[in-house]
Ligand binder design. Structure first.
Ligand code: SAH
Ligand code: SF4
Length: 420
C-alpha cells in the first residue's frame, strides 16, 4: 500500500495525479445539477429504476454497485447493461462520489485528503492507519480490538496496519465557533448531504483498496472504524448525519464501529438517545465549568454543562459501553489540578470515560499547548478519581490532520509549507 506516495519531500507531498483514477468523479459528470445516485436509499433507487420502466432487481444491482463495490462512475457499473447506463446518464444521473483533489502524507502514516464535492466545495477527511486511540475504553469493537492488539506485539498485517480509522467531515466549515478550533475560522458554508458524508469513506476506501465484509476477513482487513470528528458539527446537520449512518451500514460498516462527536447540541443528543440504530457518542466537554466553557465554546450560552450531561444520561448503554467525554487541554485555561477535581465532580456516578486531547496549535489561534507534566497530572488525577482516562495520540500533526486542525487548504498550501 501507499506505494504511490513519495516520502522524499520532508515526509509529505501533494498528490494530484494518481488519485482521480480510483475514486471520484472522473469519467462521470461533474455538473452540480446532476442527480447523484450515491446517497440514495434502496427505495429511492427503486423509484429511479421503476421510473425508467425497468424491473426492480436492477435497483438491487445498482445499490450493490454503489455501496458494496463502490464503483466510482456509471460507465464502470458492468452489472448493468450498457444501454441502461446510458439511459441513466442521459437523464442526468451520476454516481457522484467526492473526488480526492489533494492527498498529504504524514510521517506517522496518516493521510489527509482534500475532498471536492460536485459543486466544488471542499472538506477534509483523514485516514489513520492503526487509529488514534480515540475509541479506547468505550467498550466498542474498536476499543476491545485495540486493547487485544496491544498484547500481540509486532503482529502487523502485510500492508502495515491492522485496523484503520477514518475521520469524516459533516459540514463545510462550522457555525459553532469554538475559540481553539481551526475549522471555526471558515465559518459555516453549507451542510454536507448524507451521500457526501458517506462518500468520503467510499473515496478513501477505494484509494486504500480496502474490501469490506468479503471472505470473513480473508480479504484485506475490514476493521475500519469511523469517527465523525472532522469539519463541522454533525448534530447541526442531524438528518444527513443519521442518514449517512445508514448508508455506511449498507457499505458494510456496522454502527458499533462508528463514533460521533458533538460540541453539545442538547435537543439533538436527546433525539439521538432515542434512535434505534446509533453510533457511539462522544461529547466535547472541554471545560470544568460553564464559565470556562463559555469562554472557549460560546455555544455554552445556549446549553449548560448540567443539561448536556443530563441528556447523556438518557442514552441507553450496553453492559460494557461507556459514553466518551472529550477534553481538549489548553495550557493554563482548563488543565490545572483544580480543574481536574471539578471534572471528577461533574462526572461522578456517570458511566463515562475521558479522552484527553492535547490542544493542537493552529496559525492565529491564541492558546498555548499544555505542559507535558500538567497533562500527566491531569490524567493521573482522573484515573485516581475512578474515571477511565486516555490521552489521545496526536496523529498527522505535521500535516495539520490532527483534531481541530482541519481547514480547507484549497486556497493555498501555506499551512503545509509552514511545518516542514
Ligand atoms: N464538531 C464536533 C466534532 C469535530 S471536532 C465537536 O466539536 O465535537 C472533534 C474534536 O476535536 C472535538 O472534541 C474538539 O473539541 C476537538 N478539537 C477542536 N480543535 C482542536 C484543537 N485545535 N486541538 C485539539 N482538539 C481540538
Ligand atoms: Fe465546530 Fe467542533 Fe470546531 Fe467547535 S470544535 S468549531 S463544534 S468543529
Amino acid at each position: 500500500m501507499r506505494m504511490n506516495l513519495d516520502r522524499s519531500l520532508s515526509g509529505f507531498m501533494w498528490l494530484e495525479s494518481d488519485v482521480a483514477t480510483n475514486s471520484g468523479l472522473m469519467g462521470d459528470t461533474t455538473q452540480c445539477d446532476a442527480k447523484l445516485l450515491f446517497g440514495m436509499m434502496p427505495e429511492e433507487l427503486r423509484a429511479v429504476v421503476v421510473g425508467l420502466g425497468l424491473p426492480k432487481y436492477r435497483a438491487a444491482q445498482l445499490a450493490d454497485a454503489l455501496y458494496k463495490q463502490r464503483v466510482p462512475s456509471l460507465d464502470e457499473i458492468t452489472t448493468l447493461p450498457a444501454e441502461l447506463r446510458q439511459r441513466l446518464a442521459a437523464q442526468g444521473y451520476a454516481v457522484g462520489l467526492p473526488q480526492i483533489a489533494q492527498a498529504t502524507l504524514s510521517v506517522d502514516g496518516t493521510e489527509r485528503y482534500l475532498m471536492r464535492m460536485a459543486d466544488g466545495e471542499t472538506v477534509e477527511t483523514v485516514w489513520m492507519p492503526d487509529g488514534d486511540g480515540g475509541e479506547r475504553g468505550d467498550g466498542s469493537q474498536a476499543a476491545l480490538e485495540e486493547e487485544a492488539d496491544e498484547a500481540i506485539a509486532n503482529d502487523k498485517e502485510q500492508d502495515g496496519y491492522k485496523r484503520a480509522t477514518i475521520c469524516i467531515s459533516s459540514q463545510v466549515g462550522c457555525a459553532v465557533n469554538c475559540r481553539f478550533c481551526l475549522t471555526a475560522r471558515l465559518g459555516m458554508r453549507r451542510n454536507l448531504t448524507a451521500g457526501e458524508i458517506a462518500g468520503q469513506v467510499a473515496a478513501v476506501l477505494n484509494r486504500q483498496r480496502v474490501r469490506i465484509g468479503s471472505g470473513r476477513g480473508v480479504e484485506r482487513p475490514s476493521r475500519i472504524n469511523l469517527v465523525f470528528m472532522g469539519m463541522g458539527e454533525p448534530f447541526l446537520n442531524y438528518d444527513a448525519f443519521m442518514r449517512s449512518v445508514h448508508l455506511l451500514r449498507a457499505m458494510g460498516i456496522p454502527e458499533s464501529r462508528m463514533t460521533v462527536s458533538t460540541s453539545g447540541i442538547e435537543p439533538a443528543i436527546r433525539r439521538f438517545a432515542a434512535e434505534p440504530v446509533r453510533p457511539k457518542l462522544a461529547l466535547s466537554l472541554n471545560a470544568p465549568n460553564d464559565a470556562v466553557r463559555q469562554r472557549i465554546m460560546p455555544v455554552t450560552r445556549k446549553w449548560k454543562i448540567a443539561a448536556l450531561l443530563d441528556a447523556l444520561r438518557a442514552i441507553p448503554l450496553g453492559k460494557r459501553e461507556y459514553v466518551t467525554i472529550e477534553y481538549v487541554l489548553l495550557g493554563g485555561v482548563n488543565d490545572q489540578p483544580h480543574h481536574a477535581r471539578e471534572v471528577l465532580a461533574l462526572l461522578a456516578g456517570m458511566k463515562a470515560k475521558v479522552n484527553l486531547i492535547v490542544w493542537n496549535p493552529g496559525p492565529g489561534i491564541d492558546f498555548r499547548e499544555p505542559a507535558p507534566e500538567d497533562v500527566a497530572v491531569f490524567h493521573r488525577m482522573l484515573i485516581d478519581g475512578g474515571i477511565p482516562t486516555f490521552t489521545r495520540k496526536p496523529r498527522g500533526r505535521d500535516i495539520y490532520a490532527a483534531c481541530g486542525q482541519l481547514k480547507r487548504t484549497v486556497d493555498g498550501p501555506e499551512l503545509l509549507v509552514e511545518l516542514r
